[in-house]
Structure formats: structure tokens, C-alpha cells
Design a binder for this molecule. Structure first.
Ligand code: PLP
Length: 384
């Protein structure tokens, strides 16, 4: 197949075939793990294999993941990291001291907490804004001229939908870059770069790997030559936030079923959202697939083939009623994280008490189980 034809392949084909990678030495249909940390040079002191010198900068298994991810994202290049937060940190470390950044409010709490601390220590001006409010975001860009804006869509755990294209235009007009945390969407549902984002970020710990057994992060860039992207690469390769070969190999394996898993998780989550919406013990359901969700029309335009695994709902009766229901769940594991094949439930208020999360809010990460089994479990836990 001519290399150009790769661009025309669908995500399911790219993922299932790991972008065509095989074990060249044996003909195996699965690429091998390369644990070597260093690589030989020939008699003339030229690397025996072009590009392989030392594993902090030249990691064959990491490169395989990056190749598949870049194709799924429609990106010029991708970079993997040992966690999602390591990817977040690599972006912010590439900013000059004294810069100004705009960050969406009420996103994943770990991101917000780290950015606040980092910006304080680095003398970076941090402006937090509700990016799902495009007018507010646009006004903040015009007023503060940020070097970088950070959004997350759908946001965790509020499920707010951000208009990537409008936000990209606004920050570009102000001379800055847009980075979009697309963890809950995965590139299967939304390719942020095609909507104008400069960099798409993922906690690959979540849907990309999908089996709750690898901690990893990823960035993808529309432009491989930009100074900002090169600064991130230099930071990763010299400061050493490198994904290990075993984790990279597992991640590549997990990504083979990504489109299939995302499709099933989204179908299941939609069914659960509709069930919960009609449940007498439930106050509110936050899921972009529901027609009355404030971001539904935008999500329909921006997300392709479903609305993802993440769903939040508020149980009537506050924290006590929510925790009682959680205690009765049999199939949903009481655990944090999202995007794995198994369904999880989290009482988010127990984890982040000062961020305005309703006391009765339960966040579900809907897996690939049979939806009727999950609905029965929710039914018995809530009391039908
Ligand atoms: N971004 C989002 C939306 C997340 O949900 C998470 C983790 O929960 C992260 C980033 C951080 O990723 P990691 O846990 O892989 O460091």
C-alpha cells in the first residue's frame, strides 16, 4: 500500500492493524517489546540503526504508539509520556516564565491543582474561565492575550462541551495556542486538531489504553516544526518523562480495539443516561448525548459516532443518598478513573470538596458490559 493511502484508512483499520506494524525479524503479526536502553554504533561510530542511540530519546515501542496515535489524530507528530499529568506538565514547562495562560474552569481537578501551583511558582499569570461559554472565553482571550489556552471537552466531571473551533479562533487572534485535553472523547469521537486545536492531549491511562493497566499520557501536534512543539520534545527527552517499553507495548495492544470499545461504551452510556433521566430518585443527568444537555447541539457537530463513556448524575437526597446507592452497586467498581472496559463509579464530592461539585453527584465511567446488566444494577442500587 502506498504511504499516502494510509491517510484514507478508517480509525478501526489503523487501530486494529497498529498502522501496519509487524515484527520484522520474525514475521510475527505483533511488534516485539524492545527493552534495550542503549543502541550500538558501527566501526565508524555511526548508529547501527538510524535514529537509535539511547532510550530516553529513542524508544522504539513509544515510537510505535506515537505512529498509530498520530494517524488516528490526523496529526503531524505525537509524543507519549509516562502519565497524563506528565504530558500536561511538559506543555506548561515549555512556556516562558512570566507568560499568561487561560485555563478552563472546572476541568479535571488534578490538572487545575497542578497548573495553579506551577503557575504560582513560575510567575505565570493564570486566568481561569468557563470555556464552554464561548463569549466569556473569547472576551478573556482578547483581554489577556494568553500565550496558551487549555480546554477539556467533554469536561470531567461536569460534561461541559467546548467549541474547539471557536476557542481556537479566539486564542489564535490573540497570538496564542490552543491545547485541548481530549481524554474523555479520544480521537475516535473528536479529532481536536481538525477543529483548529494546536495540540491534543490525552491521559492514555483512560480510553486510549482502555484496560486500567497502564499509566500513560500523550500529546499530538498539527505542526511538527513549531518552536513550542520542539520545546516540549526537548523537555521530554532531556528531563526524561519517557514511557517505558512494556507500558508502550501494552498501550499499543490496548489501542487496537479503541474504536470498538469507544463505540460500545458510548452506546452503553447513552442507554444509562436515558434510563437515569427518567428515574424518580435522580435529579439531573449530565450527558451530552441527551437532547436537553446544554452542549448537545455542539456535541453532535463535534463528536462523531457517540458521546463517550463519562456520565454524571445527581441523586436526590444529597451525599447520604448518593453514598447509600454507591454502597449497594454490585457491578460498578467504586474506583476513580475512566475509559476502561469495566464500569466504575465515583462519589466525586468525597474527592474534591471545595470545587462546587454537588454532594449527590455520582460520576460513572461506563464500560463495555451488557447495558441491561448495568441498568439492573443501577436500578437495584437506587431503588426502582
Ligand atoms: N485529564 C483528564 C481529563 C483526566 O481525567 C486525567 C486523570 O484522571 C488526567 C488528565 C491525568 O491523567 P493521568 O492520571 O494519566 O496522569
Amino acid at each position: 500500500m502506498a504511504p499516502n493511502d494510509l491517510d484514507k484508512l478508517h480509525p478501526a483499520t489503523i487501530a486494529a492493524q497498529a498502522a501496519g506494524m509487524l515484527d520484522d525479524a520474525t514475521g510475527g503479526v505483533v511488534p516485539p517489546i524492545h527493552p534495550a536502553t542503549t543502541f550500538v554504533r558501527d566501526e565508524s561510530y555511526v548508529p547501527a540503526v538510524d535514529g537509535n542511540i539511547y532510550a530516553r530519546s529513542h524508544a522504539p515501542n513509544g515510537r510505535m504508539v506515537e505512529k498509530v496515535l498520530a494517524q488516528l489524530e490526523g496529526a503531524a507528530e505525537a509524543m507519549v509520556f509516562p502519565s497524563g499529568m506528565a504530558a500536561v506538565a511538559a506543555v506548561f514547562r515549555a512556556l516562558p516564565a512570566g507568560a499568561c495562560v487561560l485555563v478552563q474552569s472546572q476541568i479535571y481537578w488534578g490538572t487545575t491543582a497542578w497548573i495553579r501551583d506551577f503557575c504560582t511558582r513560575r510567575g505565570i499569570t493564570l486566568v481561569e474561565v468557563e470555556a464552554a461559554d464561548t463569549e466569556a472565553f473569547t472576551a478573556a482571550c482578547a483581554a489577556h492575550k494568553p500565550a496558551l489556552a487549555w480546554v477539556e471537552t467533554p469536561s470531567n466531571p461536569w460534561l461541559r462541551i467546548v467549541d474547539i473551533s471557536a476557542c481556537a479562533d479566539a486564542v489564535h487572534r490573540a497570538g496564542g495556542l490552543l491545547v485541548a485535553d481530549m481524554t474523555t472523547s479520544t480521537p475516535v469521537l473528536t479529532r481536536a486538531l481538525s477543529f483548529g486545536a494546536d495540540i491534543a492531549m490525552h491521559s492514555a491511562t483512560k480510553g486510549l489504553n482502555g484496560h486500567s493497566d497502564v499509566l500513560a499520557g500523550a500529546l499530538s501536534s498539527a505542526n511538527a516544526d513549531s518552536a513550542f512543539w520542539q520545546a516540549i520534545r526537548t523537555d521530554r527527552d532531556t528531563a526524561g518523562a519517557v514511557l517505558g517499553p512494556f507500558e508502550a507495548w501494552l498501550l499499543l495492544r490496548g489501542m487496537r480495539t479503541l474504536p470498538l470499545r469507544v463505540e460500545r461504551m458510548s452506546t452503553n452510556a447513552q442507554k444509562l443516561a436515558e434510563y437515569l433521566r427518567d428515574h424518580p430518585r435522580v435529579d439531573t443527568v449530565l450527558y451530552p448525548g441527551l437532547p436537553d444537555h446544554t452542549g448537545h447541539a455542539l456535541a453532535c457537530a463535534q463528536m462523531q459516532g457517540g458521546f463517550g463513556p463519562l456520565l454524571s448524575f445527581v441523586v436526590k437526597g444529597g451525599a447520604e443518598a448518593a453514598l447509600d446507592a454507591v454502597a449497594r452497586l454490585q457491578l460498578f467498581h467504586r474506583a476513580t478513573s475512566l475509559g476502561g472496559v469495566e464500569s466504575l463509579v465515583e462519589h466525586r464530592h468525597t474527592i474534591e470538596q471545595h470545587t462546587g461539585i454537588p454532594e449527590g453527584l455520582l460520576r460513572l465511567s461506563v464500560g463495555i458490559e451488557n447495558a441491561d446488566d448495568l441498568i439492573d444494577d443501577l436500578g437495584q442500587a437506587l431503588g426502582q
